[in-house]
Design a protein around this ligand. Structure first.
Ligand code: CA
Length: 134
């Protein structure tokens, strides 16, 4: 396993979608953590390093938009939101609330991977700028 592989926390309550995400990301050398609820997501972020959060907005225990704020309060980790088709208002609120990007379900693997790469890249650039390297 590549020690430099980015670690992605998958927050999704539907097991088939979680499995699909895990398989897709694993096939592209990402390491994954999984959470089925908002509480699990926050617990995972408290106990593990994650380089990016993939966040389904429709979770059983907490509104996804509220969860974005809680994640933001915990860690400066990029958040890519998974939203349902046509949920334009939720996307806007998610982005305004601190999400970095969103992918609309059903999504293609290539688009998802491209958005993850972009979010990770932006975060690295920000970190470089903060350290005076940019
Ligand atoms: Ca869901």
């Amino acid at each position: 396993m590549n020690g430099d592989a980015a670690i992605i926390l998958i927050v999704e309550d539907e097991p088939p979608i979680r499995r699909l995400l895990r398989t897709t990301l694993g096939a592209h050398d990402y390491r994954t953590l999984e959470a089925a609820t908002g509480a699990e997501a926050l617990s995972a972020l408290r106990h593990h390093r994650a380089d990016l959060v993939l966040l389904d907005l429709g979770l059983p225990d907490i509104d996804g938009l509220e969860l974005i704020g809680k994640i933001r309060a915990l860690a400066p980790v990029p958040i890519v939101v998974l939203s349902s088709r046509g949920d334009e208002a939720a996307k806007v609120v998610a982005l305004d609330g601190g999400a970095d990007d969103y992918v609309t379900k059903p999504f293609g693997a290539d688009e998802l991977l491209a958005r993850i790469r972009a979010a990770l890249r932006h975060r690295l650039q920000e970190q470089g700028a903060e350290r005076g390297f940019a």
